[in-house]
Design a protein around this ligand. Structure first.
Ligand code: PLP
Length: 409
């Protein structure tokens, strides 16, 4: 039996219950229905040992022993024991802290945060909370990352007004740190990498994206990401002083005692979620490998669709992005509609892109975005999660091929 839906709370936006966080029910699965995202954090019922440890210690937050253990394990397992991590209660607050730390006190002469238009709302929101104006740039048609040429055009135009560049590891793809180092030297701007979707994206040496880089990378442990907990994240940097600052800032700016010495807010991760992170870290490599196998099956089964080009040995996938072969937005929308009728939930991240969202149209500046528009128009997000099999992918891909044949007749 399904638990009853609670009555809506007055004032709640009607579509607040986003389908992407609902757990797949057994009935749905047996009926052949496929969700876009099916969160699969460690089972709470299997964490009783760690929970008892937390109770015995009696420390529930404030960088307690489980958080410390998680931070050390992240550096050891993901970053080859190079650099330092600080946990945060979500990546959006991690971005706010990292941008504020990198930029320093607000300066009206340096007011822009350069970022790709093709990213999640959190990137722009974090910059806005820091008093900056997001400056949106176009993307590369193959990698869907910020296009160096488009960045250059904006740098030529806004130059020293750019306080920070916030490149995004779009869908787990790697950003070119050397390129941003060069741009930082040329402009005096800082760099903060929105690596929210890149936990588990590794180079051929097995090191996670960001390893050894002094500019901070901000990662998410949200339930919908491959490194699924509940809400959580962490910031990594090879520079321990930067992480020390961020830890102070994440705790109200308290350097010692209860006396604020820096800008601050509360971004601390609780011990229960940190315990989930420890368990999830052990599962991470297998989860990412399974997701890569599913992605490879999609690519093989959908030769007419286009996929992201990502120069990285292992790419962590939240879902599998793909472009419809033709017919733009109308073709894309028709695929989503027909797939839904067949019980397959398909999304369209990041459509609308930042430049197409009403709040960001009011608050951001933007260069021309022809590639972002064209990619967003054709974008599909295909289901890909831990509990799916290659056989599921083959069935979904066969359905998509049949749907496309109908649409493209
Ligand atoms: C998920 C995500 C975020 C936000 O992460 P939270 O931990 O949910 O705050 C930010 N940026 C990108 C690119 C993301 O994918």
């Amino acid at each position: 039996m399904q638990p009853e839906e609670p009555a809506p709370i007055p004032g709640d936006p009607p579509d607040f219950a986003v389908p992407t966080v609902a757990v797949h029910s057994r009935a749905e699965q047996e009926a052949g229905q496929v969700r876009l995202i099916n969160p699969n954090p460690p089972r709470l019922s299997e964490l009783t040992g760690l929970f008892q440890e937390i109770e015995a210690i009696g420390r529930f937050s404030n960088f307690g022993p489980i958080n410390q253990r998680l931070e050390r394990a992240l550096v050891r397992e993901m970053f080859g024991d190079v650099g330092v991590c600080v946990t945060v209660c979500n990546a959006t607050l991690g971005l706010m802290l990292a941008i504020r730390q990198a930029v320093g006190a607000p300066d009206p002469r340096r007011r822009y945060a350069l970022m790709p238009a093709f990213t999640f709302a959190a990137t722009a929101q974090a910059a806005l909370w820091c008093g900056l104006t997001p400056l949106l740039c176009d993307i590369d048609p193959e990698t869907w990352l910020a296009a160096p040429g488009a960045e250059q055009e904006l740098v030529a135009r806004y130059g020293e007004e750019i306080a920070v560049m916030v490149p995004c590891t779009t869908f787990g793809a790697p950003v070119d740190f050397a390129h941003y180092d060069r741009m930082a030297r040329a402009t005096g701007a800082a760099v903060v990498v929105d690596a929210a979707a890149a936990v588990g994206s590794r180079d051929c040496a097995g090191l996670n994206l960001g390893t050894g880089q002094a500019w901070p990378s901000v990662f998410s442990m949200h339930a919908t990401k491959p490194f699924a907990t509940l809400e959580g994240g962490f910031v990594y940097s090879a520079d321990p002083d930067r992480i020390r600052d961020l830890r102070v800032m994440a705790n109200f700016g308290f350097a010692s005692g209860r006396s604020a010495a820096m800008p601050g807010l509360n971004a601390k991760l609780n011990e229960v979620t940190a315990a989930m992170g420890l368990v999830q870290l052990d599962r991470l490599a297998a989860i990412v490998a399974h997701r890569e196998a599913l992605a490879a099956a999609y690519r093989a089964m959908l030769p007419d669709f286009s996929f992201q080009r990502a120069a990285i040995a292992v790419q962590a996938h939240v879902f599998l992005p793909a472009l419809v072969p033709a017919r733009g937005r109308a073709g894309r929308d028709a695929v989503i509609r027909r797939a839904a009728a067949a019980g397959i939930e398909i999304g369209a991240y990041y459509d609308p892109h930042l430049g197409a969202q009403p709040y960001f149209r009011q608050t951001c500046r933007s260069g021309p975005l022809p590639v972002t528009d064209a990619v967003a128009d054709r974008m599909l997000s295909l289901p890909l999660h831990d509990t799916m099999t290659v056989t599921d992918v083959q069935r979904i891909a066969a359905t998509l091929r049949a749907i496309w044949r109908e649409i493209d007749r």
